[in-house]
Design a protein around this ligand. Structure first.
Ligand SMILES: [Zn+2]
Length: 700
């Protein structure tokens, strides 16, 4: 589990990796429609375009900062940046990622087959070229998945399903019934054990199957149509396709009902059920677990963490009660549906129509090149990242951002020591945890070696299968081995950051340390407001309602006194209550039990950034600029990371699945609790961005 700063949700089913890796494919962005944006012909890739980290033109000064600070800081940006037709939302983060894609595209085209290349460029160049060859995919139709469809058709009994499920999971991942892989032992973070978790659904979350409001019912109706379409495209009669769609929805609904909710999954104890692998057969007897692990060729092991036992019980019962033909129908759908983005145009289009257009509101498919750059980043990210980092991440940039990280960590230490509600005992433990945090900046010290992945410039579907196999094998082989603390979960070009509680590390890829987020050309005020806040946010995750349950070593172990924990929970309740009042879209409120960790991190992060900024500039005289005082510039710099426009469909999906609050509340919700803000803008106590002092939430 990891907590990201800017969690972008996958918008099509085109991803077949673990949930963590899904995050690297932020299906974002595009200003220019296909054909209007030819790749540069020059030998050198273009530099990333420059936008300052504080842009006065992005503001809307007709709005009072103390009335709606987000609108004041971002209103101009919102007006100037309508959502492009191929996007489900548009934001400062999204635009930067779009710039990255254009930049990476040029590098990939320079690495095309037939040019002179080293072994790294060869891999990414061939992968990208294969992806761009749409005519080859058109000719092949469904053939890439045909052997798997044949194997499903060849099943003679449910008993035979175990080895087939294992094999299919290698390619199609958790969409086949459940997810599997390695994980750090929650009680001993240096140890890698096997893990099993819920999965197997086609819609984004269990709630979609179970909620009874009109919108949820409409989505299920539309899902039935989508499933039937996929069957029809795969060659079934309309009548059979419709009937089979009902079967798929019925099976998935039973699976969904046995799944933990997103909120339940935020409790790490609810996900911890370590047992002997031999005991799996007592819980889910209708899969042959010995055969299962043999088929996946796991290193020998004894302990498995069964994250969701109730799910496996229900799935096992269903395996026995559903006829074989229905399971064949279920598997057939998931194979074709999850592989659709890599098949011929009819499949690609239907996947887009449902997952990205209907569910999330995109108007147009992204141009092919854009999807291909993102697939390359997802599947060969540390090969692509090497080339990227060499161009955009200098040693000076690494040094200056690392300096900022250290200052924010010092601020956190200072803050912990001065907390008025925490006992010295717990403070000591918190400081130990803080000292144990590892900082990872820019890119990994050791690059992942993809030399064993066979990439063929004329076989895109095959490349996807082999890249998936490589990743799953790599993951499985960790079982029983020591933890590699140098490993990253996202690629260097990713515009995001994360904290991992079991690693107890904070991770900032090169992609998130570029203007307008971190701007080496501008002064400290907006940089601390923006990137300083992001660093503080990730640090605070180690101490939010969830992260605070892990100790300095990353083990799930209580280090709090009972009294301090009760006080802490009363303080996070203040945050939860504040955010519960905000509306996401229509009548949908923020599920503030889901967003609590992120909201606490947003609060803590900005306070730390402010303290660190004051420390970093205490001997300097800071002049006003653009009509703003230094303090005002700190806060506008903060708000402008979050400037965004979002489609209502996208907001609706995120309300269920995204642990982050919508952009507007990630700003306005924070400043209302910072007296430093109301001082900076001389707000009156009656104004919306000001809370009375006794109501201000203060956690860290
Ligand atoms: Zn976060």
């Amino acid at each position: 589990m990891t907590w990201h700063y800017f969690f972008r949700l996958q918008s099509s089913k085109g991803n077949m990796r673990s949930p963590v890796l899904v995050l690297t494919v932020s299906l974002l962005v595009a200003v220019l429609a296909r054909g209007q944006n030819p790749a540069p012909a020059a030998a050198e890739p273009p530099a990333l375009p420059y936008t300052p980290s504080l842009d006065p033109h992005a503001m809307d000064t007709s709005v009072e900062p103390c009335v709606d600070f987000y609108q004041y800081s971002c209103g101009g940006w919102q007006k100037a940046n309508p959502i492009p037709a191929d996007q489900t939302s548009w934001s400062v983060y999204g635009k930067l990622y779009e710039d990255n894609l254009v930049f990476l595209r040029a590098m990939l085209e320079q690495a095309a087959p037939g040019t002179e290349r080293d072994s790294v460029s060869q891999k990414i160049g061939d992968f990208y070229a294969a992806c761009m060859d749409e005519s080859a995919m058109e000719k092949r139709g469904l053939s890439a998945v045909q052997p798997d469809l044949d194997a499903i058709a060849g099943l003679r009994s449910v008993k035979e399903i175990t080895p087939l499920v294992a094999r299919l999971q290698f390619t199609y991942g958790e969409t086949i019934l459940f997810s599997q892989g390695s994980a750090q032992d929650p009680d001993d973070s240096e140890r890698q054990i096997a893990e099993l978790d819920q999965g197997g659904l086609g819609l984004p979350d269990r709630d979609y199957y179970l909620e009874q409001d009109a919108k949820s019912k409409e989505i299920r109706e539309r899902y039935l149509e989508h499933v039937a379409k996929v069957f029809a495209l795969a060659g079934e009669s309309q009548e059979a396709a419709k009937k089979n769609a009902q079967t798929v929805l019925r099976i998935e609904t039973v699976l969904a009902a046995a799944q933990l909710t997103q909120v339940e999954r935020r409790d790490p104890y609810k996900l911890k059920h370590k047992l002997q692998v031999a005991d799996l057969s007592g819980i889910a007897p209708n899969l042959d677990w010995r055969v299962y692990y043999q088929e996946l060729d796991y290193p020998s092991f004894e302990i498995v963490n069964l994250a969701t036992p109730d799910y496996f019980r229900a799935m096992s019962r269903l395996l026995a009660s559903e006829p074989l033909a229905n399971w064949q129908t279920y598997l057939r759908f998931h194979v074709v549906d999850s592989f659709s983005p890599y098949l011929s145009a009819a499949f690609v289009d239907e996947s887009f129509e449902f997952y990205r257009k209907y569910l999330r509101g995109a108007k147009e498919q992204q141009p092919r090149w854009k999807r291909c750059v993102q697939y390359t980043d997802r599947d060969l990210g540390e090969a692509l990242g090497q080339v990227y980092v060499a161009k955009v991440f200098s040693p000076e940039l690494k040094a200056s951002t690392l300096d900022m990280v250290r200052r924010i960590e010092d601020a956190m230490g200072e803050r912990i020591r001065s907390l008025d509600w925490m006992s010295p005992e717990t403070k000591q433990q918190a400081l130990t945890k803080l000292a144990g945090i590892r900082n990872k900046i820019g890119y990994p010290d050791k690059w992942r070696d993809y030399s064993s992945v066979r990439i063929v410039s004329t076989d895109f579907a095959g490349d996807i299968v082999r890249a998936n196999e490589f990743e799953r094998r790599r993951d499985i082989n960790k079982v029983g081995k020591p933890v590699d603390h140098g490993e990253w979960e996202i690629s260097p070009p990713t515009v995001d950051a994360y904290y991992d509680p079991q690693m107890n590390d904070i991770n900032f890829p090169a992609g998130v340390l570029q203007p307008p987020l971190y701007d080496a050309k501008l002064d400290d005020a907006p940089n601390y407001g923006d990137t300083g806040g992001t660093i503080g946010h990730e640090l605070t995750h180690g101490f939010d309602d969830e992260g605070s349950q892990f100790d300095a070593k990353g083990n799930l172990k209580n280090w709090w006194t009972k009294e301090d924990r009760a006080k802490f929970e009363a303080r996070t309740q203040c945050v939860e209550d504040q955010y519960a009042q905000y509306v996401v879209v229509d009548d949908v409120h923020i599920n503030s039990k889901l967003t609590l960790g992120e909201d606490v991190a947003d609060f803590g992060g900005e306070i730390l950034a402010y303290i660190a900024w004051q420390g970093a500039t205490k001997d300097k005289t800071l002049p006003p600029r653009d009509g703003l005082t230094p303090e005002q510039r700190f806060f506008v710099g903060f708000a402008q990371w979050a400037c965004a426009n979002e489609r209502p469909e996208e907001l609706r999906v995120r309300a269920v699945t995204d642990p982050h609050s919508p952009a507007k509340y990630r700003i306005n919700g924070v400043v209302r609790n910072m007296p430093e803000f109301s001082q900076a803008f001389s707000c009156k106590s009656s104004q919306p961005m000001v809370k009375s002092p006794e109501k201000v939430c203060k956690v860290w």
